[in-house]
Design a protein around this ligand. Structure first.
Ligand SMILES: [Zn+2]
Length: 271
C-alpha cells in the first residue's frame, strides 16, 4: 500500500480513538446517573427527566447546542468540532506535507454537502443523532421495566467503545459521529490531492478500497482514471467510501508522504 494512503488510514484510526476518548464521559456519566436515579429500584419520571437533561447538556457541550454553537466551538479543546477541525487540518497536511495548497483549509468549513449542510450543521446533527438514540435505549429499558443496574450497563455498552488493540467497536450511539469524522478526513484529503495535482500539472488516480462491496460507483470511478484534476468524479463516492485519490506525477511514481498523521492529531487536539 502506498505510504500516503497508510497515513490517511492511520489518521482516521487516530481520530476514531480520540473521538472515543471524548465520548467516554457520556457513557460513565449516564450509567452513574441511571444507577443513582434508580437506587429505590425504579427510575421515576422525574429521574428520567434529570437523566435526559444531563444528557442534553453534555451532548450540547461536546457537539454544540446549535449549528452556530458547533461553529463557535472549533477553537475549544475537548469538543467534537475542535477534533474535526484538527482532523481536517491534519488531512490537508497528510496530502500536502510541504503545504502550499491555498484555499483548501477554509472551504473545509463552508463546503455544502448535497443536502445543503455545512460542517457545523453536520456535527450538530451527529450529536442530536446520538442523543435521540440514547434516549430511545433509555425509554425502551424503562418501558420493559429493566433494573436500573441492567439499564446502566446496557447504555454503557451502547456507547463505550472497546479501544483494545486500537480497534474501536461497539459505539453504536456515536456511529454517525465516527462516520462523519472518517468521511471528512477522506474528503479533505481528496480535495487537497486534486488541488495539488492541478498546481503541478499531474493526474489523479482513483484507487478503490479493498473492503468495498463488489460493485458500486467506485468501480467505474477507479476504471475511468487517471483523471485530469477537473475531471475527477465526486469524491468520496458514497457514505463510508474508503477509496483513495492518488496524485500521479508525469514519471508515474507517487511522491512519498512525510507526515505522521496520528502524531499530528495528538499535537493538534492535546489528546
Ligand atoms: Zn469508494
Amino acid at each position: 500500500m502506498d505510504p500516503e494512503r497508510e497515513q490517511r488510514d492511520a489518521l482516521q484510526e487516530a481520530v476514531a480513538v480520540a473521538l472515543a476518548v471524548l465520548l467516554v464521559e457520556v457513557a460513565d456519566g449516564l450509567a452513574a446517573l441511571v444507577v443513582r436515579a434508580g437506587r429505590r429500584g425504579t427510575v421515576t419520571p422525574t429521574g428520567r427527566d434529570a437523566i435526559l437533561s444531563w444528557l442534553g447538556d453534555t451532548i450540547a457541550r461536546l457537539f454544540g447546542a446549535s449549528p452556530a454553537a458547533a461553529a463557535a466551538a472549533y477553537a475549544t479543546l475537548g469538543t467534537v468540532p475542535q477534533l474535526l477541525a484538527a482532523s481536517t487540518r491534519a488531512a490537508v497536511l497528510v496530502a500536502a506535507p510541504d503545504g502550499g495548497v491555498p484555499g483548501v483549509a477554509e472551504p473545509v468549513r463552508t463546503w455544502r454537502d448535497p443536502n445543503g449542510l455545512i460542517l457545523s450543521d453536520r456535527i450538530w446533527l451527529a450529536g442530536e443523532d446520538a442523543r435521540s438514540r440514547l434516549t430511545a435505549v433509555l425509554d425502551a429499558g424503562l418501558a420493559r421495566g429493566a433494573r436500573p443496574d441492567e439499564l446502566a450497563r446496557e447504555l454503557r455498552g451502547f456507547i463505550r467503545p472497546d479501544t483494545a488493540g486500537r480497534t474501536v467497536r461497539g459505539d453504536q450511539a456515536f456511529s454517525s459521529s465516527r462516520r462523519l469524522a472518517s468521511h471528512e478526513i477522506n474528503r479533505v484529503h481528496g480535495v487537497t490531492t486534486i488541488a495539488r495535482a492541478r498546481g503541478a500539472g499531474d493526474l489523479v488516480a482513483w484507487e478503490k478500497a479493498a473492503r468495498h462491496a463488489e460493485h458500486d460507483v467506485c468501480d467505474q470511478n477507479a476504471r475511468g482514471g487517471p483523471y485530469a484534476p477537473e475531471r475527477v468524479p465526486s469524491f468520496p463516492g458514497h457514505v463510508s467510501c474508503a477509496c483513495h485519490l492518488r496524485r500521479v506525477p508525469d514519471n508515474g511514481t507517487p511522491e512519498p508522504g512525510g507526515v505522521d498523521g496520528p502524531g499530528l492529531i495528538a499535537a493538534l487536539t492535546g489528546l
